[in-house]
Design a protein around this ligand. Structure first.
Ligand code: SF4
Length: 205
């Protein structure tokens, strides 16, 4: 894979999570964090994946300046980012983002915290408009096993989620999600799934 150097301003930091679905079952993998970096050269923005160790070491947050050698991801179906395997990382703290939340800026929590909080589905349009900037937003690469007796048959897509306070005024769930299954069946993920996943949190947690 051809390495390239990306240098610029970190616009957002979010968890980098992969969602594995098999009809009504779901499971998460936590490869690390996704940094949205605006290139100093041409102002283009790109999502870059880093591991949890790099995030713990540098404490990346929006407003910081980042540079690293990176590689294009080998399989875009499995990654919500365009680049990963960052090496020769350099990072300098920047000026904290102005304004009060939402969206939330700052250094995101560790991955076990996201796992413990649980998520609710998030309207992809709201994600594109605002929530891609928020530490509680997440756009996951989703791998769906359509038939558990034929696990090679997969489908892929992206889904957006919110790990943030349930009282956030920006939040909008959007359409319920449907998961295809064998022989043309469909699992409809109703609101109770999100309510159950976040029932341990109060509205402002
Ligand atoms: S809806 Fe969620 S991701 Fe969006 S701003 Fe509010 S807390 Fe952040």
């Amino acid at each position: 894979m051809l390495k390239t150097t990306i240098e610029g301003l970190i616009v957002a930091v979010q968890p980098r999570i992969r969602l594995l679905r098999s009809f009504d079952q779901r499971q998460h993998n936590y490869p690390g964090y996704a940094l949205l970096v605006e290139s100093a050269a041409d102002r283009k923005q790109a999502w870059i994946g880093v591991g949890p160790a790099a995030q713990a070491k540098f404490g990346f947050c929006a407003g910081g300046r980042f540079s690293a050698e990176v590689e294009p991801v080998a399989n875009p179906d499995l990654e919500p980012v365009a680049f990963y395997k960052a090496a020769k990382i350099r990072y300098t703290l920047g000026i904290p983002q102005p304004g009060s939340p939402p969206p939330w800026f700052g250094v995101p929590p560790d991955l076990p915290t996201y796992r413990a909080r649980g998520h609710r589905r998030l309207d992809p349009h709201v994600y594109e408009r605002v929530c891609h900037l928020c530490i509680w937003g997440c756009r996951m690469a989703v791998e769906m096993t359509i038939d558990q007796w034929n696990p090679e048959e997969k489908q892929y897509r992206r889904e957006t989620f919110c790990y943030g306070p349930k009282s956030c005024p920006i939040y909008h769930a959007g359409l319920v999600r449907e998961v295809p299954g064998r022989n043309g069946t469909t699992w409809i993920e109703e609101d109770w799934v999100d309510e159950e996943a976040t029932s341990h949190r109060g509205p402002d947690d």
